[in-house]
Write a protein that binds this ligand. Structure first.
Ligand code: NAD
Length: 360
């Protein structure tokens, strides 16, 4: 029997509610596919600040480092907003990303037929959209030096950030892009601004070189401004998009809004080795609805599906969860965030139970 250690970090707000349902799904899949998941739950974010004074303790970091994967809910909330930035709940995420070396962020955006009406775009534009953005997470403009703001002799100020990438950094994210595309429809679009930025000219050159190792994947290139436009004009043309940190930040948010609801979208952050991976919904702790039992657990349940696919090579189990979610939507289950006016609203637990029933 396969055995995997998973660190379960529910976090704050709706994190606790949605994680409860996701864990039930993970356990059910374990029984069905004869895999043993040893789950260790721990505090992170605001909950950890309350108990230990810091958003991430050394013990929890150690747990994450020795686990095969981390499943995270969400962190943050109004009660911790007055704290110094260095001990805010969100610091836990940055520390986990850094310590686990999570350099690749994968965000799928898939339209479910039954939720087409929830999108702001025309049905014919989004029907059939199924794309994935691979964003470089630890380099580029957000981390490059020199950076900062200086006062000039004449009293004016000068702000600087530096977009910097080395060949190995580009190579490893390009490989993730090609590998992921291989598991999908085998189309990879590398997004850059090679007509203006030298850094991304290097990006394009390196991606083309790495592409020689993946002759089965169709590689294309697009400038980032055009990509922003194409995502709205004709999103169906994309399978996998790979891009640098800042472009990926913006494009993945844009892509996620094609689907209409933040409560539906999972994500994966991957590091250099198989046991360096964190899976989490893209949304936050939603303090406005926390404790009401009405949060949508699907983003977290689909994060479990991603974990099975990318960390545990359990593709069949992963697909089964995705199919179960689709069927549940098809049967008309709707949490408040995806319900249209007049539609009956499902609670968080009812949604989790409905997915479990489909899995069975
Ligand atoms: P949010 O994603 O928590 O909420 C935005 C809106 O979407 C809210 O109206 C919320 O009710 C709704 N929503 C979010 N997830 C939902 C779900 N699963 N089901 C139904 N509705 C859902 O973003 P925010 O309000 O900007 O931030 C709230 C807190 O979360 C802040 O403290 C922020 O720093 C933190 N945050 C954490 C993460 C993370 O843990 N990865 C990400 C973003 C924000």
């Amino acid at each position: 029997m396969k055995h995997y250690n998973v660190a379960v970090l529910p976090g704050d707000g709706i994190g606790l509610e949605i994680m409860g349902e996701a864990v039930k799904v993970l356990k059910a899949v374990g029984r069905k596919f004869k895999a043993e998941f040893a789950l260790t739950e721990a505090l992170v974010g605001g909950a950890s600040i309350d108990a230990n004074g810091v958003p991430l303790t050394d013990a929890v970091l150690k747990l994450a480092l020795k686990s095969d994967a981390v499943l995270l809910g969400a962190v943050g909330g109004t009660r911790w907003e007055g704290l110094d930035y260095s001990i805010r709940p969100e610091r836990a995420l940055l520390a986990l990303r850094k310590e686990l070396g999570l350099f690749a962020n994968l965000r799928p955006a898939k339209i479910y037929k039954d939720l087409i009406a929830a999108s702001t775009l025309k049905p014919e534009v989004i029907d059939g959209v199924d794309l994935l953005v691979v964003r470089e997470l630890t380099g580029g403009l957000y981390f490059g030096t020199p950076k900062g703001v200086e006062v000039l002799p004449d009293g004016t100020e000068r702000g600087v950030n530096t977009m910097v990438y080395t060949t190995p950094e580009i190579e490893r994210i390009a490989r993730v892009g090609f590998e992921v595309a291989r598991k999908r429809r085998k189309k990879l679009c590398s997004v850059d601004k090679a007509n203006v930025l030298e850094t991304t000219e290097l990006w394009r050159k390196v991606v083309i070189k790495v592409g020689k190792d993946y002759p089965d994947v169709e590689l294309s290139h697009m400038y980032v401004d055009n990509c922003a436009m194409q995502l709205i004009r004709n999103p169906k043309q994309f399978d996998v998009i790979v891009t640098e940190n800042t472009f990926g930040d913006i494009l993945s948010d844009e892509a996620s809004m094609l689907t209409g609801s933040i409560g539906m979208l999972p994500s994966a952050s991957l590091g250099a080795t198989k046991n360096r991976a964190m899976y989490e919904p893209i949304h936050g702790s939603a303090p406005d609805i926390a404790g009401k039992g009405i949060a949508n657990p699907i983003a977290t349940i689909l994060s479990v599906a991603m974990m099975l696919k990318y960390s545990f090579e359990m593709e069949e189990a992963s697909n089964l969860i995705e199919d179960a979610v689709e069927k549940v939507l098809n049967r008309g289950y709707r949490t408040a965030d995806i319900a249209l006016p007049g539609e009956k609203k499902t609670t968080c637990t009812e949604m989790g139970e409905a997915v479990l029933k489909e899995l069975a």
